[in-house]
Design a protein around this ligand. Structure first.
Ligand code: 5GP
Length: 187
């Protein structure tokens, strides 16, 4: 890795990663967030090129074959991947780059870039997570069940992350994240 720092940002579905990332972008506008590719359909309010690059399975395969994807993983019934070129460019320019990524992808990146900082966002409890996901109402019952199952597995794997932050209060969690980042940048 060149000048910049790569940050792996993981956490179970419904834990509030996007809300936290939005707040972090306000508190620290120079943070560079990578926009992933996904084959899932956009949720209401999600914008192509901002939240994700929404692509077809065929387009996803094409990018994989062209070597344009840094890492990818299947999550539920869909594929997710990190476009390689922008990440290389940002790191070369010395930026701090945040990848919102599930645990398999994070493991792959840790092998490629051992200096990457990994942070896992935890819910205050499994009950809170389940309620948040249900209240969000963006998944049908079967998808929701699948996400909860993945969440339990991800939370077991979260012990291998460098840091774990409980998202009990958004502002507090954001401040904790920034202090971790600042400490990592001065080492
Ligand atoms: P969602 O469908 O809720 O937006 O995302 C599902 C999961 O995919 C989340 O855990 C999210 O962090 C993860 N994810 C998003 N983009 C990527 C990516 O580029 N690579 C990998 N491995 N996971 C991703």
């Amino acid at each position: 890795m060149s000048g910049g720092k790569l940050v792996l940002f993981s956490g179970p579905s419904g834990v509030g990663k996007d809300t936290l990332l939005e707040l972090l972008a306000k508190l620290r506008p120079q943070l560079q967030r990578s926009v992933s590719l996904t084959t899932r359909k956009p949720r209401a309010g999600e914008v192509d090129g901002v939240d994700y690059f929404f692509v077809s399975p065929a387009q996803f395969q094409e990018m994989l074959q062209d070597g344009g994807v840094l890492e990818f993983a299947q999550y539920g019934d869909h594929m997710y991947g990190t476009p390689k070129k922008p990440v290389d460019m940002w790191l070369a320019a010395g930026k701090t780059v945040i990848l919102k990524i599930e645990v398999q992808g994070a493991e792959k990146i840790k092998r490629l870039y051992p200096q990457a900082l990994s942070v896992f966002i935890l819910p205050p409890s499994m009950e809170v997570l389940e309620k948040r996901l249900r209240d969000r109402g963006t998944e049908n019952a079967a998808e929701l069940e699948k996400r909860l199952e993945i969440a339990r597995e991800e939370m077991r794997k979260s012990v291998s992350y460098d840091y774990r932050i409980v998202n009990d209060d958004l502002q507090r969690a954001a401040e904790e994240f920034l202090s971790i980042l600042d400490a990592a940048e001065t080492t």
